[in-house]
Design a protein around this ligand. Structure first.
Ligand SMILES: [Zn+2]
Length: 200
């Protein structure tokens, strides 16, 4: 007789222990990547004390104190950084499908690692940090940042509320780099910078 066994229900104590284990695992991965405590607390639900304990264990240092940036516009300040942010945001949004549109820490970490793998070695010093990535992902969810399509580059770029960087960073970097055709390119850049919103 192959009777279907009743569904196993984990006792509440085991459930709590597993949740704590999962939260501590996530905290260790984030801290190893250099995440600030405030973001680790937000991602894991662990207490400030617990995260500071894991910070010492993982990095051998005390966690930094002080406020953390709240919006992407305050950390992404140059065209080069905006280009990096756009690549990360596109990877993160690609992974955010269907119902999983909330802030998912593991998805952010995976997108961040995929982003780092795509950054040429010579540019790694300019790469985003996990903290930049966290703020960008949170802004994308909250609507303070959106991915906008650039017709000229045929790619998305990150548009951030409250940022002085408007338009496509790749077009702007190109226009700044090419001395001669700069005006023509800049004109095309202005003409093509009409945002094409991709929706919330
Ligand atoms: Zn462009």
């Amino acid at each position: 007789m192959n009777a279907t066994p009743p569904p196993l229900k984990r006792p509440a104590a085991d459930e709590a222990a597993q949740q704590r284990h999962d939260a501590e695992h996530l905290a260790q991965v984030m801290l190893a990547l250099g995440a600030r405590s405030a973001y680790v607390i937000a991602a894991t639900g662990l207490s400030n004390e617990q995260v500071r304990h894991w910070h010492r264990r993982v990095t051998g240092r005390q966690a930094a104190r002080g406020p953390v940036p709240y919006h992407a516009a305050s950390v992404i300040r140059t065209r080069a950084a905006q280009a990096h942010a756009s690549l990360f945001a596109a990877l993160e949004q690609q992974a955010a499908t269907g119902l999983a549109r909330g802030v998912d820490p593991w998805r952010i970490l995976q997108a961040f690692q995929r982003y780092l793998a795509l950054v040429p070695e010579a540019l790694l010093a300019q790469a985003l940090t996990i903290n930049d990535a966290w703020v960008i992902a949170r802004d994308l969810r909250g609507g303070a940042a959106t991915l906008v399509w650039c017709d000229l580059c045929q790619a998305h770029y990150l548009d951030m509320q409250g940022s002085t960087l408007s338009g496509c960073p790749v077009c702007a970097l190109y226009a700044a780099r090419v001395g001669g055709p700069r005006r023509r390119c800049a004109r095309r850049f202005v003409a093509s910078s009409e945002p094409v919103r991709t929706g919330p």
